[in-house]
Design a protein around this ligand. Structure first.
Ligand code: NAP
Length: 253
């Protein structure tokens, strides 16, 4: 049920971190993978890794906050692979900045990439999926999604974007269900990727973080990828509008 043979998957922000782990695992499961990010050269390295393991993949440069680039990515994918079955909306940024110092430009940049980018990619892909009456969209949110009682200081704009993603996921799931398109979100906790380097590299911050994680460690990108594979596959065929939390127990604490 976890097999993705003949499926075509687009993963944004896939040159490194969780997106790269998703690309490698979905390719291993048989999907043809579009590895997309703002640096095509680094995407190509991931593509080479997939091809060297016998998989099929293609690199496409795409800034998810630019509609024109998103539309080009969809067009190129259809031209090369003929269809789109899976979208992993993963590209994101996380800038630490105290609320009182946050500028309008910084707010806009985060919202444009983390939230508008998911809308642009989600809508463009859903239009293709609606024609074929099937598809799966996976939105990578975060435990910083605004759950009551769980706040995260110095990343107000990031929290706003991730809360927006969860709200958007539910609305998309309702509207796209008649087209047999499933839309789910994943809320990762602290995952060991370049984005979380500032947590990992500062012993005090790391200790403070791990104190909130019952499993007492950061997660690995591969541990998010396995949730992505589950949601991308028929193993989750009755799931839509859900938020899957993968956080070592953080939110339960
Ligand atoms: P990462 O290692 O920084 O990877 C994110 C990738 O997205 C980077 O290659 C980044 O490139 C790219 N990106 C940034 N802006 C983009 C744009 N406009 N268009 C296309 N690509 C863009 O981070 P990660 O930890 O793997 O994060 C993946 C997702 O998980 C993000 O949505 C993040 O918010 C979420 N998440 C992460 C954690 C965590 O602890 N790591 C926890 C919860 C949720 P640049 O580096 O050049 O910006």
């Amino acid at each position: 049920m976890l097999e993705l043979k003949n499926k075509v998957a687009i993963i944004t922000g896939a040159r490194r971190g969780m997106g790269k782990a998703d690309a490698l695992l979905l390719a291993k499961a048989g999907a043809k993978v579009v590895v997309s990010d703002i640096s095509e050269e680094e995407c190509q390295q991931v593509v080479d890794e997939i091809k060297n393991s016998g998989g099929e993949a293609m690199a496409i440069k795409c800034d998810v906050s630019e509609k024109e680039e998103v539309d080009k990515m969809i067009k190129k994918t259809i031209e090369e692979f003929g269809r789109i079955d899976i979208l992993v909306n993963n590209a994101g940024i996380c800038q630490f900045k105290p609320f009182l110092d946050l500028t309008e430009e910084e707010w806009d940049r985060t919202i444009n990439i983390n939230l508008k980018g998911y809308f642009l990619c989600g809508q463009a892909v859903a239009k293709e999926m609606a024609k074929q009456k099937s598809g799966v969209i996976i939105n990578i949110a975060s435990i910083a999604m605004g759950q009551v009682g769980v706040g995260f200081p110095a990343i107000t704009h990031y929290c706003a974007s991730k809360g927006g993603i969860v709200a958007m996921t539910e609305a998309m799931a309702l509207e796209l269900a008649p087209y047999n398109i499933r839309v789910n979100a994943i809320a990762p906790g602290a995952i060991d990727t370049p984005m979380a380097a500032s947590v990992k590299d500062d012993p005090k911050v790391l200790e403070g973080t791990l104190n909130r994680v019952p499993l007492r460690r950061m997660g690995k990108p591969e541990e998010i990828a396995s949730a992505v594979l589950f949601l991308a596959s028929d193993a989750s065929s009755y799931m839509t509008g859900s938020v899957v939390v993968v956080d070592g127990g953080w939110l339960a604490g």
